[in-house]
Every structure is written in structure tokens, then in C-alpha cells.
Design a protein around this ligand. Structure first.
Ligand SMILES: *Cc1c(COP(=O)(O)O)cnc(C)c1O
Length: 396
């Protein structure tokens, strides 16, 4: 090893330290550069910046030191060459997909998706002549059969929202690459701590930083991570010219969120697993879905590609919508909200909220019954979460 070889720190260490750009003041905590633009020493420097011959900043729509620190820390954690932060998770998904296609192209995606992602693939892209096929993501033959000569990219999330199916990322990446297409993975539910899609063969990974990365309910944000070539070919120019950029303030909050991500996500996953154990045999529950358990339908795939369970679990209450509503209303600690990954435990009823736009048949296909609820475990004491759920089940 040469004296200049840099030590590669472990993931938890990178979450706290990587990407810090310390100013001459030597601040401990990352500085918040709340500035729109930058001044130049002289006219020649301005010219050089615009020519790309001088590496400094020009304008915060596409580059800002605080946003840069967030991108560098995320890239170091994820093992990606490059990253671009965005205003929201949906901006990240939209850039990663729209940036790759033009009229006449085709996209294949798993049909179990966050509602707005499904809108992009199913309704928005076709308006511009980009067709799409939605498949059952767990059925590898369905991905193979959906490929057309003009297929440009595959898109999936795993575990899926809200039924927590686990899709084999390495196998889907193989099918995509054999077809000359790329694979984009929405890794929000798994978190970067528990799953590394790029290492499994994906070409691009996207996050809603609104979820576990903030983890305390404050800011919206998103990020696209990929090879330098993917970012420069598909993402950078579109972000720079259309402007769905992350604000420096949000980048600063999210950087501080990253420092505690590993501790929070492990504790939240432990709480979700404890709740799963406590209610698994409950007579009022007809189905329990938790990716860390041996009774999960894709338990083997989860073991192969994930390093932890999930901070979320889903379960079906007997008695359909009326029982699910009575149950939610009887909870005292866990609050009703469509958000997830928060320090506070949250519950949602997908059939009447996040997935109400779908037809009953489409919901049935995705395993979203009228009795299904999804719990995002927070950082409270696990016994308080379990006691709240057990008491509310009695009331339901
Ligand atoms: C929340 C979420 C998004 C969208 O992120 P926003 O920050 O709300 O725009 C995309 N995908 C998944 C899986 C999500 O949970």
C-alpha cells in the first residue's frame, strides 16, 4: 500500500464523516451555505468557470457546497461514483427515468410501486410517446416477456409499498442488461443501510430523503446515485436546466440526518420485528408481512440481498375496512399518517389513502385488501408500540 492510499472506512463511519467540506473557519458541524450564487475574483475567472475550466461554483440551482456535502456523503455510503440531490424523492425518480428516454422508447416496471412513481410510468411518460409495461415484479419470466426491442430501462422498488414484496434485484438486473436496458431501483423501503442495489447490479438508485434519511419529519428531499457516466448522460443536464434542485437548508438538515441514520434505522427495524413477533398469532389478524421473517413469501430473496429486515410491517385485520378503521382510531401512540421512516410510529390504510386512485381489481392484484394496514415503526420503546397495537386490536 502506498503512503497516499486512503483508508476505506466502514459504512457507519462514512455516514458521520464522509464528504465534509470544512471551511477555513474549521467548524465541527457542516456549514450551511445559504447562498443563491457566487462571486468571482475577476472576469477571467468568471469566463473560466463558465467554460468548465475552473472547478468552483456558479449557481445553486446545480451546485452548492452544502448540497455537495450531502451528495458526497450519500455517494460514499452507497458506493456510487456520483450523485445529484433533488427537491423531493419524486424529482429524483422523474429525473432518473425521464433523463434516459425519448419518444419511441419503452419502460418496464414492477406494478407494485409508490403511487406517484406509478403515475410517472403509467400516465406521464406515455404522453410523450414513451410506452410502458407493468409486470408482477416477483415473476422473473414476466420481466423477460415484457422486453421489446425499444426497451430502455427497468424500474422497481423493493421491498414494495405497501405489501412489502421482495424482488430479486440481481436477477432483474441480469434480464435488463441482457436486453440492453438499464435498471433503476427505488431503495426507500430498504434504506441504504440494509440494501445496496448498485452492488447487486442496478445502474441507478434513487431515494426519497424525506423518509429515513431525514427520519424526523422535517424536510423533503431526494437523490439519484449512479456511475459518473450515467449521471452526466442522463441526470446532470436535466437537473441543471429544469431546476428541481435541493435547497441548501434541506441538504444541511439531511446531512445531520445521515449522522444518525444507522442508529435510528436499526432501532426502528428492531421495533418493527418486535411488533411482528407480538402480533403474529393474534386471532384478529389474518395475514402478517415482514421481510425479516422466515414466513415471508420471498424470505430467501430477502436473505440474499438485504442486510436487515425492515422498519415497516404490514398486516391484514379481519373484518375489512370497518375493522381496520376501528383499529386505527383506537391507537393512542401510533398516529395515522401516510409518511414513513419517521422517529414517530405511523400507520396508514393504503386502500383508502395512498392507493385509493387504483381500481379494486388493481388493488387486489397488489395484495392491498380493505383490511390491510402498514405500520412504520418509530423510535419509541418497543413495549409501548406493542401495547398500543394489542390494545387497539382488542377495540377493533
Ligand atoms: C415517499 C416515496 C417516494 C416519493 O418521495 P417524496 O420525497 O415524497 O417526493 C418515492 N418512492 C417511495 C418508495 C416513497 O416511499
Amino acid at each position: 500500500m502506498s503512503a497516499s492510499a486512503k483508508k476505506i472506512y466502514r459504512p457507519e463511519t462514512r455516514l458521520v464523516q464522509a464528504g465534509t467540506l470544512r471551511s477555513p473557519f474549521g467548524e465541527t458541524s457542516e456549514a450551511l451555505y445559504l447562498t443563491q450564487g457566487y462571486v468571482y475574483d475577476n472576469a477571467a475567472q468568471a469566463e473560466a468557470r463558465f467554460k468548465g475550466e475552473d472547478p468552483g461554483y456558479q449557481y445553486s440551482r446545480f451546485a452548492n457546497p452544502t448540497v455537495d456535502m450531502f451528495e458526497r456523503r450519500m455517494a460514499a455510503f452507497e458506493g456510487a461514483e456520483a450523485a445529484r440531490a433533488t427537491a423531493t424523492g419524486m424529482a429524483a425518480v422523474t429525473l432518473a427515468l425521464v433523463g434516459q428516454v425519448k419518444a419511441g422508447d419503452h419502460v418496464v416496471a414492477s406494478k407494485a410501486m409508490f403511487g406517484s412513481c406509478r403515475y410517472i410510468v403509467e400516465d406521464y411518460l406515455p404522453r410523450f410517446g414513451v410506452t410502458s409495461t407493468l409486470v408482477d415484479g416477483c415473476n422473473l419470466d414476466a420481466w423477460r416477456e415484457a422486453v421489446r426491442p425499444n426497451t430502455k430501462t427497468f424500474f422497481l422498488e423493493s421491498p414494495t409499498n405497501p405489501a412489502l414484496e421482495v424482488i430479486d434485484i440481481a436477477e432483474v438486473a441480469r434480464i435488463a442488461h441482457a436486453a440492453g436496458a438499464t435498471l433503476v431501483v427505488d431503495n426507500v423501503f430498504a434504506t441504504p443501510l440494509f440494501q445496496s442495489p448498485l452492488a447487486l447490479g442496478a445502474d441507478c438508485v434513487v431515494y426519497s430523503a424525506t423518509k429515513h434519511i431525514d427520519g424526523q419529519g422535517r424536510c423533503l428531499g431526494g437523490i439519484v446515485l449512479a456511475s459518473r457516466k450515467f449521471i452526466m448522460d442522463h441526470v446532470h443536464v436535466l437537473l441543471r436546466q429544469t431546476g428541481p434542485s435541493m435547497s441548501p437548508f434541506n441538504a444541511w438538515v439531511l446531512l445531520k440526518g445521515l449522522e444518525t441514520l444507522a442508529v435510528r434505522v436499526r432501532r426502528q427495524a428492531d421495533n418493527a420485528a418486535a411488533l411482528a413477533v407480538a402480533i403474529a398469532e393474534h386471532p384478529k389478524i389474518s395475514r402478517l408481512i415482514y421481510p425479516g421473517r422466515p414466513d415471508h413469501p420471498q424470505a430467501a430473496v430477502a436473505r440474499k440481498q438485504m442486510r436487515g429486515g425492515s422498519t415497516l410491517l404490514a398486516f391484514e385485520i379481519k373484518g375489512g375496512k370497518p375493522a381496520a378503521f376501528r383499529f386505527q382510531d383506537a391507537l393512542k401512540l401510533i398516529r395515522i399518517s401516510n409518511n414513513l421512516g419517521d422517529a414517530k410510529s405511523l400507520i396508514t390504510h393504503p386502500a383508502t389513502t395512498t392507493h385509493q386512485r387504483l381500481t379494486p381489481a388493481q388493488r387486489a392484484e397488489l395484495g392491498i385488501s380493505d383490511g390491510l394496514v402498514r405500520v412504520s415503526a418509530g423510535l419509541e420503546h418497543p413495549d409501548d408500540i406493542v401495547e398500543d397495537v394489542l390494545a387497539a386490536l382488542e377495540a377493533a
